[in-house]
Design a protein around this ligand. Structure first.
Ligand code: IPE
Ligand code: IPE
Ligand code: MG
Length: 242
């Protein structure tokens, strides 16, 4: 078996952390217990990425569609995420990890936004790794927000529409300046993207597992990385000749 510690990427892994509810139901627990166990899986995964040389990790924690869930679950999830940020910021500092945020923070509860901004600020000088949290994030919402910001600049005469290209468009997305994910993992068995990183995953390798997010660990991550390394990414071109 190839050593997962060796080079060859992926540099940037994105994860749709799904299956917390089913994990809890199968154990006769409440959905929120599944989300709590999911927080432990986040901790493990951040550590594992550091061990395995993955520089950037982007986690889908709450989608723009997840507001449709019962208010008690939404509130509990927000609280768990705020507590996570509060408890984890020391560890992020220890590992030299900078926090990033994807999504529309305006709709977040004030406490969540305040904690988020504190940790974003505190970790802003870290350079060793990067953890992006997608919270109140939707790929379509992100594209519309980018289009609005471009339209505003065009109508104010700050941007020449004839100069708008993919690069300029990407610079208006929440992921401005970040590399696209090399690998997208979805746990929990569903094979869909559920509005995650629609623009950025144009050429991302996809990896699905039936494992519920609270059970996801370094072994699974290692397997995903090894599978990724066995793939050929052509980006629409042909393989180089022999
Ligand atoms: C993922 O687990 C966590 C969030 C979407 C916030 P789910 O809560 O979607 O778990 P399942 O899909 O119901 O099992
Ligand atoms: C995707 O999971 C969103 C997150 C993991 C945050 P969902 O559970 O919301 O996705 P669907 O509803 O099954 O597509
Ligand atoms: Mg789900």
């Amino acid at each position: 078996m190839k050593n997962p510690d060796q080079g060859g990427g992926p540099r940037h892994i994105a994860i749709i952390m799904d299956g917390n509810g089913r994990w809890a139901r199968e154990r006769g627990l409440r959905r929120i217990d599944g989300h709590r166990a999911g927080i432990d899986a986040i901790r493990r995964t951040v550590e594992a990425c550091d061990d395995l040389g993955v520089e950037m990790l982007t986690l889908y924690a709450f989608s723009t569609e997840n507001w449709k869930r019962p208010p008690t679950e939404v509130r509990a999830l927000m609280k768990l995420l705020v507590d996570y940020l509060r408890d984890e910021s020391d560890l992020l500092m220890e590992h030299g990890v900078r926090l990033g945020f994807l999504g529309d923070r305006r709709r977040l509860p004030v406490t969540a936004r305040r904690e988020l901004e504190r940790v974003l600020d505190r970790t802003s000088g870290n350079r060793r790794g990067r953890l992006n949290l997608a919270l109140n994030y939707g790929g379509r919402d992100e594209v519309v927000r980018a289009a609005r910001s471009i339209a505003r600049d065009v109508s104010a005469g700050r941007l020449d529409l004839t100069r708008l290209d993919e690069h300029t468009f990407a610079s208006r997305l929440d992921t401005a300046g970040l590399p696209d994910p090399d690998l997208l993992i979805r746990t929990g068995g569903e094979m869909r993207v559920s509005n995650f990183l629609l623009w950025q995953t144009a050429y991302t390798e996809l990896w699905f597992t039936p494992v519920y997010w609270p059970d996801f660990d370094k072994t699974h991550l290692t397997q995903a990385i090894l599978d990724y390394r066995g793939r050929r990414r052509r980006f629409g071109a042909l393989d180089p000749g022999p």
